[in-house]
Write a protein that binds this ligand. Structure first.
Ligand SMILES: NC(=O)C1=CN([C@@H]2O[C@H](COP(=O)(O)OP(=O)(O)OC[C@H]3O[C@@H](n4cnc5c(N)ncnc54)[C@H](OP(=O)(O)O)[C@@H]3O)[C@@H](O)[C@H]2O)[C@@H](O)CC1
Ligand SMILES: Nc1ncnc2c1ncn2[C@@H]1O[C@H](COP(=O)(O)OP(=O)(O)O)[C@@H](O)[C@H]1O
Ligand SMILES: [K+]
Length: 460
């Protein structure tokens, strides 16, 4: 900012927001636009955007939340362009009701907590009106850095974000408030590591284990699955189904559901004893449908290879044993399991996913994949947390987590580190869920089958 003339970034921002608004409106000339203007630079962005729309023939009304603390140059620009001003939120109802478009410039990255009482009714009015709502930088009232929503907040149809995505646009519950998100490059060079990163197709393609000319099944990695029980044999079958599609050269199964596994997947190497008698593997998955078999969990945690712990395994695992492990450990809880591991309520985890996943990784000295509407993967330390961009609500179906654990374990056995295995596993799983569903409900076995399509899609 220091290297640029005053106002340059704001003009770039306004140009980008104006273009997005024009796309949304279709026709700017003759449209009615209301600006919700707070006291900071976020309000300034809205005012300059309003000025540009007014020059193109829109009727623009600015609602000033704090009339004596409004961005002065932005306000002057709007007035010069023919915009009108109402002073105070109490005058907002009539213009918002008639608007085609509401631009939310109440607060951006400078905001703290939910909207204050004077601003909160504006969020309601905007939501009740038939106008499209465009948020500048962020929906006002959500926490930019964590994705938490601690009070009233604007619900946008589109968020035009400036310079970079913010965690609040990628992590639930705030993500829901953002609508679709459009990034405007305003030429900021961003320092250091981001808080959050999202893999894209090319990143995943570069990480997927592909066999070379010299490969054999052992070099590709053998994944061990210690899952299922007499009561839940299906969990074993689904975990193996995921594991067979994850790139390992062989899948070993150890546990009481060997007959069910073999019946469905004859290529599996099955044994009914303890995992430590099952033969060598390069990674273990333990826990899906395991019931109360704590011995199997302990045996796996004592193995000196990467281990993925899911479902019942998370409940049965000796926590000191997890912390004492030297080989990589990947825990894959959903919000309820994460809540039990942290000793808090499920709601607390769902309301603060980013904080929760970091805390878990720190507390257990392990990589943690927190499942759910936004899947996050964190390793201990200050490095970026990964957010999975491919998730879909169709994955919320019984057994789909078992598929994820097998798939991700297979990637671990193939040599990916725990953070990469977790994020690539979640990416393929989400994509497979979308491809399998294609607009209609799916079962977990459909998701497992579609992993191959997801893999091809990524490699294309
Ligand atoms: N940085 C950049 O490179 C660029 C930044 N740009 C833009 O600037 C924005 C950041 O601007 P900013 O720093 O002025 O803060 P901002 O988000 O307007 O909020 C502060 C104001 O909100 C108020 N307020 C606080 N909490 C509140 C609440 N809960 N409910 C209601 N009000 C609340 C708070 O009031 P106060 O505490 O002072 O009473 C203060 O006046 C950024 O998001 C982007 O749009 C772009 O132009 C391009 C380049
Ligand atoms: N609303 C949602 N949006 C996206 N993904 C979801 C949603 N709900 C659940 N999922 C995903 O579905 C899977 C469910 O796993 P899990 O909770 O372990 O179920 P199960 O134990 O039945 O297999 C996880 O990968 C999770 O991230
Ligand atoms: K905003």
């Amino acid at each position: 900012m220091a290297r640029l003339p005053d106002g340059t970034l704001m003009q770039r921002a306004a140009a980008g927001i104006t273009a997005a608004c024009a796309d949304l409106l279709g026709r700017v000339y003759g449209s009615r636009v209301v600006l919700l203007v707070g006291s900071g630079d976020n309000g300034g962005d809205a005012l300059y955007t309003g000025a540009r729309l007014a020059k193109r023939g829109a009727g623009v009304t600015a609602v000033l939340l704090t009339p004596d603390r409004t961005h002065p140059a932005g306000l002057a620009a709007l007035r010069r362009a023919g915009g009108t001003v109402v002073r105070g939120p109490e005058h907002a109802e009539a213009p918002i009701r008639r608007a085609h478009l509401v631009i939310d410039g109440i607060v951006g990255i400078g905001g703290k907590g939910g909207l204050r009482p004077d601003a909160a009714p504006l969020a309601d009015l905007a939501q009740e009106s038939r106008a499209a709502v465009v948020a500048v930088d962020l929906p006002s009232g959500v926490d930019a850095g964590t994705g938490e929503v601690r009070g009233a907040a604007v619900r946008a149809d589109l968020t035009v974000t400036l310079g970079t995505h913010k965690p609040g646009l990628l992590v639930d519950p705030a993500r829901e408030y953002a609508g679709s998100v459009r990034l405007v490059d305003i030429g900021l060079a961003l320092p250091g590591d981001p808080e959050l990163e999202a893999l894209q197709h090319a990143d995943v393609a570069a990480l997927l284990p592909v066999p070379g000319a010299e490969s054999d099944k052992y070099r590709r990695g053998v994944v061990g699955i210690a899952a299922g029980s007499a009561r839940y044999p299906g969990a074993a079958v689904l975990a193996v189904a995921g594991a067979l599609r994850g790139g390992a050269g062989a899948v070993r199964y150890a546990g009481p559901a060997g007959d069910a596994v073999i019946a469905r997947f004859p290529e599996t190497l099955v044994s009914s004893g303890s995992p430590d008698q099952a033969g060598r593997v390069q990674a273990w998955v333990v826990g899906p449908g395991a019931g109360d078999d704590a011995d199997a969990v302990t045996a796996v945690l004592n193995a000196d290879v990467p281990v993925l712990v899911d479902a019942d395994g998370l409940r049965l695992a000796d926590r000191d044993l997890v912390r004492a492990r030297r080989a990589p450990t990947l825990l894959t809880p959903h919000a309820g399991e994460a809540a039990a591991l942290l000793g808090v309520s499920r709601e607390e985890v769902e309301g603060a996913r980013l904080t929760s996943v970091r805390k878990l990784a720190e507390r257990y000295g392990a990589t943690v994949l927190l499942k759910g509407s936004t899947t996050l993967i964190a390793s201990p330390g200050d490095g970026p947390v990964r957010v999975n961009p491919t998730g879909t609500g169709w994955l919320a179906t019984a057994g789909s987590g078992d598929v994820l654990s097998g798939l991700t374990g297979s990637l671990l056995a193939a040599g990916l580190d725990a953070l990469d295995a977790g994020s690539v596993g979640a990416y393929l799983h989400g994509l497979a869920g979308r491809l399998a569903a294609d607009g209609a409900p799916v079962g977990a076995h459909d998701v497992a089958e579609a992993v191959r399509d997801a893999w091809r899609d990524v490699m294309d």
